[in-house]
Write a protein that binds this ligand. Structure first.
Ligand SMILES: NC(=O)c1ccc[n+]([C@@H]2O[C@H](COP(=O)([O-])OP(=O)(O)OC[C@H]3O[C@@H](n4cnc5c(N)ncnc54)[C@H](O)[C@@H]3O)[C@@H](O)[C@H]2O)c1
Length: 361
């Protein structure tokens, strides 16, 4: 018998625990028929960890994650910590940055698919969103979010602040390789997004992606400037297959892309490094405005559990079973409040999870 897979669950703050609980129930329901055994260890992270331990991410939590097969993550942050101490070094979000850097999770994969049942209620016209199926690969451990110097300082004319965008050839190369490999498993098209007309880091990005692309002659490579891509993503989203981009651009563009899928609460993500260890989380935040009400959309977290099965546990059948069950629940007309149509009462987080559990075949 194979040993159980070790899953570290980090629910975090706000709606994090609610959607993570739903995802875990669905994960269990899909794992059992696939003969997969899962061992869970749960720990505090983000604001919950600040309250209990004074830091957003304890070293032992990071060590625990290093020994895991996969991490199921909720969301971190909230006004209690963000607004109370905007200058504080102890910020809930630093937990995520610490995990990404500490586990070297340099590629963030964000699949954007528009479920057929959601086409009619999209903010865009049906013909624009039907059959959208793209995968954004966002660089996750470099660029403006991590590079130094990064600080605020006093000048004779008031305060000034600096952030730094730095990228090296190996950093770009490894995420580009990941993106080209994924393109090979899909429709063999890769679009690299940068700002090469202005930024030096983007000119290096384009040079390196072009060079890596020469090793993948079967993949068609294109380059678009980020402003043009932001427009094309709404004008002709079906044209894209794999999109690779740097950290900040990827962060912004995937929130835009979430509107194709219906809402922020619908989209999953996977953060991967060189091996199979991955961190799986919905792309949304802790949604403090609806936390504790039981109305959060758990689909982004549930689809993240499907990605966990696919990319860390190598179980495509179980991953697809979850994706089919989500489609069934949507086709049956179930909607949480964020995606509700006017004519039907929305369901709660747990009712949506129950329906998806029931739809696992
Ligand atoms: N990965 C993360 O942990 C992460 C990501 C983004 C923001 N945050 C943090 O979350 C907090 C709130 O940030 P924000 O308000 O800018 O973004 P958010 O994603 O938490 O919420 C934006 C809006 O979308 C709604 N929403 C988000 N997810 C939803 C879901 N699953 N179901 C229904 N509605 C949903 C919220 O109610 C809110 O109106 C901040 O502290 C921020 O730093 C954390």
């Amino acid at each position: 018998m194979t040993s159980p897979a070790r899953i570290v669950v980090l629910p975090g703050d706000g709606i994090g625990p609610e959607v993570t609980d739903a995802a875990r129930r669905v994960l269990d329901a899909a794992a059992a028929p696939a003969g997969l055994q899962l061992d869970y260890v749960t720990d505090l992270v983000g604001g919950a960890s600040v309250d209990a331990h004074g830091v957003a991410l304890r070293p032992q939590t990071l060590r625990l994650c290093k020994t895991a097969d996969a991490i199921l993550f909720g969301a971190v942050g909230g006004p209690r910590w963000d607004d109370a101490a905007p200058q504080s070094a102890v910020r809930p979000g630093s937990a995520l940055l610490g995990l990404r850097k500490g586990l070297e999770l340099f590629a963030n994969l964000r699949p954007v698919r528009v479920d057929p049942a959601m086409v009619a209620t999209s903010a865009l016209r049906p013909e624009r969103v039907r059959d959208v199926d793209l995968l954004v690969v966002r660089e996750l451990t470099g660029g403006l979010y991590f590079s130094k110097p990064k600080r605020r300082y006093d000048t004779p004319r008031g305060q000034a602040a600096v952030d730094t965008m730095r990228y090296s050839t190996p950093e770009i190369e490894r995420v580009a390789v990941r993106a080209f490999e994924l393109a090979r498993q899909r429709r063999r098209r890769l679009c690299s997004v940068d700002k090469a007309n202005v930024l030096e880091t983007s000119r290096l990005w384009r040079t390196v992606v072009t060079a890596v692309g020469q090793r993948y002659p079967d993949v068609t490579t294109t380059h678009l400037l980020v402003d043009a891509f932001a427009m094309e993503l709404l004008r002709r989203p079906q044209a894209f297959d794999v999109v690779v981009t740097e950290n900040l651009f990827g962060d912004i563009l995937t929130d835009e892309a979430s509107m194709l899928a219906g809402a922020l609460g619908m989209l999953p993500s996977a953060s991967l490094g060189g091996g199979t260890l991955g961190l799986y989380e919905p792309i949304h935040g802790s949604a403090p405005d609806i936390a504790g009400k039981g109305i959060a959309n758990p689909i982004g977290a549930i689809l993240s559990a499907a990605l966990l099965l696919r990319w860390s546990l190598n179980n495509e059948d179980a991953a697809q079973a979850i994706e089919r069950a989500v489609s069934r629940a949507l086709a049956a007309g179930l909607r949480t409040a964020d995606i509700a149509a006017d004519d039907r009462a929305p369901v709660s987080t747990s009712e949506m999870a129950d329906a998806i559990v029931g739809g696992i075949d």
